[in-house]
Design a protein around this ligand. Structure first.
Ligand code: FE2
Length: 230
């Protein structure tokens, strides 16, 4: 098929010209960007190393500890807050699981699923933040919280629903107020972000627990008394 053939000498010359031009462009780019590459290698952000917002990655530990800017102090209130978030997960996840087998109401089972999901995520975050901030976390819920779980383990059906909704609604109401206090006063960026996440999780749990319809007015009164400004 002769019509598809080109003149044998024209193509190589043109190709050589293109290659020379391309080499010149590449050489220029290498010279221009070399300095930038060296800077990027020293800076993990511009070097393309994934960074968790707020230095949650392991590589940022030293930076957070060594170069904490003014106002990044960690108070006892901040530390206690992380401990409380950890302990919340240590009894609410078991409570959520108990709801799946012992509850009579679908709304209680649904609330249980929210507890499992919310605290699984929050627990991962609190362990990460505590590691960065050097805060020791417990591996057990408080004696009171363990008592709550025992109460639920000994209940079934409608009785379980009532105990579950009231114990958990009371607890969430109190911690909701604590989160607001921590968020209002902390000077630590990581604690601020943690309070935001905890606030969203607790609000979700308040709502699904109220949606069960099993929360007594006595429980609301108990919370009101507990959180009332002194
Ligand atoms: Fe919760």
């Amino acid at each position: 098929m002769p019509s598809n053939r080109r003149a044998p000498s024209a193509l190589p010359l043109r190709t050589i010209g293109i290659i020379i031009a391309a080499c010149a462009v590449v050489a220029t780019l290498l010279i221009v960007t070399r300095g930038g590459d060296e800077e990027a290698a020293a800076d993990p952000v511009s070097a393309g190393v994934p960074q968790h917002a707020g230095a949650h990655d392991a590589g940022a530990d030293a930076a957070v500890e060594a170069a904490a800017p003014e106002g990044q102090s960690l108070t006892e209130v901040d530390k206690t807050f992380l401990v409380k978030v950890r302990q919340a997960g240590l009894w609410e996840i078991p409570a959520g699981k108990l709801a799946q087998t012992r509850a009579a109401s679908e709304s209680v089972k649904r609330a249980g699923l929210h507890l499992i999901d919310g605290h699984s995520k929050l627990d991962q975050l609190v362990r990460e933040d505590a590691r960065i901030l050097g805060v020791a976390l417990p591996n057990e819920a408080t004696a009171e919280q363990q008592g709550f779980v025992k109460q639920m383990e000994n209940a079934q059906g409608a009785e379980f629903d009532r105990i579950f909704a009231n114990l958990l609604r009371a607890s969430h109401g109190k911690i909701f107020a604590t989160i607001a206090e921590v968020r209002a006063g902390t000077q630590n960026d990581l604690i601020r972000r943690h309070a935001r996440q905890a606030n969203q999780t607790v609000l979700d749990h308040l709502e699904v627990l109220e949606d069960t319809g099993f929360v007594d007015s006595a429980t609301f009164q108990e919370v009101e008394t507990a959180v009332k400004p002194k």
